[in-house]
Design a protein around this ligand. Structure first.
Ligand SMILES: *[C@@H]1O[C@H](CO)[C@@H](O)[C@H](O)[C@H]1NC(C)=O
Ligand SMILES: *[C@@H]1O[C@H](CO)[C@@H](O)[C@H](O)[C@H]1NC(C)=O
Length: 470
């Protein structure tokens, strides 16, 4: 026992030494809670058995190399959240891997794509000041070129500036926040009132109105995307956090027809020309292919077509007739807004049961697709055993009721056949890459349950509690 302990301690010391001297990614243990306070940390909380964590490992190494060699103050670490579950749960870790940037009492969750560039960009953005000053017009113009959506506070010190700082330190996970004085702005920009918070995007600029737009953070949250976007599964998930309805032209970009071009243009025009009317409630864009939407609504949308999704309750709306004019599209959007359009789907109990069946079927499908033999074995064997048992029971049965059982059996069989046929059709319809997207989506779903930033920021305050239990 003592030997084991000694070798464990040696191992820990060795690991600690080597990580302190040369590692780009430091292995963290439970001393981290006390030792971290003076530094900014980017930490991967992982579980040894989790596949996504293994996939992240080489990326994480590259992130460590990049941040260290670029002279960033951010230290990169990883922690086995199963071995140090106490400290992990204190940081609000609920899924694996969880990526967090820890800065003083604040903890920021990373939810973006797990690529080196995205993660490094996130670390640099969040580690820096929440509000960055734009000292000159050149700087302002440079940033305008680099960012599709640019938030700027314009004016001197004011209560609005304080609110802006607060919103910035909460929402820096999503976007940059800048401040500037009026003379830095190009002449073409005229603001009726100063100080002001302005977003530059979609070739124009829009000011925050305290009375009409609600709280500054909810306004920023709604304005942080361009008015019109190319939408994929991940974007859709991100858009969900704005609470807006999403109007999408579903098109085939590899084989664009005239009609799909027209639909895309119509949505683009409505996004721009009806911004005043719809921007508060709608996000606009197009999506390539209908695979993702189909699995979302558990049905099939025609390509090209227009669909409106309510990501808050999983309802969706389809136009009564194909949309050909701007007028029709505007009427359709209005009818969704005033509640007269027919809503489909939703997150009710029936839809949830349908979802379970749908997901189970997709899982079976993906097993068969990647390895038909394994599929036959996994699902065929139990089926065979069950059939044999049924057969045994049926033949052992006395005459009474055997007719009923036969009838049941027949029904069961035909159901199965139908299902198999449907599955086959689905295999034909679904393309290969779909599989990965589904996995990704499931995972995002898991993370959705994660606490928001406010909750995370409490992480530091929980310390006294922990001390009590000590
Ligand atoms: C979208 O869903 C939310 C949450 O259930 C609901 O409050 C809102 O009215 C819905 N919007 C429309 C247009 O149905
Ligand atoms: C809702 O909007 C549609 C389209 O503009 C309109 O035809 C319909 O009369 C409106 N319904 C109600 C109840 O306001």
């Amino acid at each position: 026992m003592a030997e084991v302990k000694a070798s464990l301690i040696c191992g820990v010391i060795a690991a600690f030494l080597s990580s302190a001297v040369l590692a780009f990614v430091e292995d963290l243990d439970d001393t981290f809670k006390d030792s971290r306070v003076n530094d900014i940390w980017l930490v991967d909380f992982y579980a040894p058995w989790c596949g996504y964590c293994k996939k992240l490992e080489p990326v994480w190494h590259d992130v460590g190399v990049e941040l260290k060699t670029s002279g960033s103050p951010v230290r990169v670490g990883k922690m086995d959240a199963t071995a140090y579950s106490g400290i992990a749960s204190e940081f609000g870790v609920r899924g694996y891997p969880t990526i967090k940037l820890l800065k003083g009492d604040l903890a920021y969750n990373y939810k973006g794509p797990r690529t080196k560039d995205d993660i490094v960009e996130f670390a640099n953005r969040v580690a820096g000041p929440a509000v960055r000053a734009l000292p000159s017009r050149q700087m302002f113009e440079h940033m305008m070129k680099r960012h599709d959506v640019l938030f700027v506070y314009i004016g001197g010190d004011s209560p609005l500036k304080e609110k802006y700082s607060d919103a910035a330190s909460e929402l820096i996970v999503y976007t940059y926040f800048f401040s500037a004085s009026e003379d830095v702005l190009p002449e073409s920009v005229t603001l009726p009132e100063l100080p002001a918070v302005v977003v530059f995007k979609d070739g124009g600029y829009f000011s925050y109105d305290e009375y009409e737009d609600g709280s500054l953070s909810s306004w920023v949250n709604k304005e942080r995307f361009q008015g019109y976007l190319q939408i994929d599964g991940f974007t859709l998930y991100e858009l969900g956090e704005t609470g807006k309805l999403v109007a999408i032209a579903v098109i085939d970009e590899k084989d664009p027809t005239e009609e799909s071009g027209r639909l895309k243009t119509l949505i683009q025009r409505v996004a721009k020309e009806y911004r005043e009317h719809f921007n508060r409630d709608f996000q606009f864009g197009h999506m390539d292919g209908n695979d993702y939407i189909n699995s979302l609504i558990m049905g099939e949308v025609t390509v090209p077509s227009v669909i409106i999704l309510n990501t808050s309750n999983e309802q969706y709306f389809l136009p009564g007739e194909p949309i050909e004019t701007m007028e029709q599209l505007v009427q359709f959007i209005k009818s969704v807004l005033n509640g007269s359009a027919q809503a489909y789907g939703g997150d009710g109990i029936i839809q949830r049961i349908k979802r379970v069946g749908f997901d189970a079927r997709s899982t079976v499908m993906s097993v068969f697709r990647s390895s038909p033999l394994l599929g036959c074995f996994l699902f065929g064997l139990p089926l065979g055993v069950i059939s044999l048992m049924c057969y045994g029971i049926c033949t052992a049965e006395t005459d009474d009721g055997s007719d009923d059982i036969d009838a049941l059996k027949r029904e069961g069989l035909t159901d199965e056949e139908e299902e198999e046929e449907e599955e086959r059709q689905r295999t034909a319809a679904l393309a290969g890459p779909e599989e990965e997207e589904e996995e990704e989506e499931e995972e995002e779903g898991e993370e959705e349950g994660d606490g928001n930033e406010e909750e995370e920021m409490d992480a530091g305050e929980k310390d006294p509690q922990e001390k009590k239990t000590d």
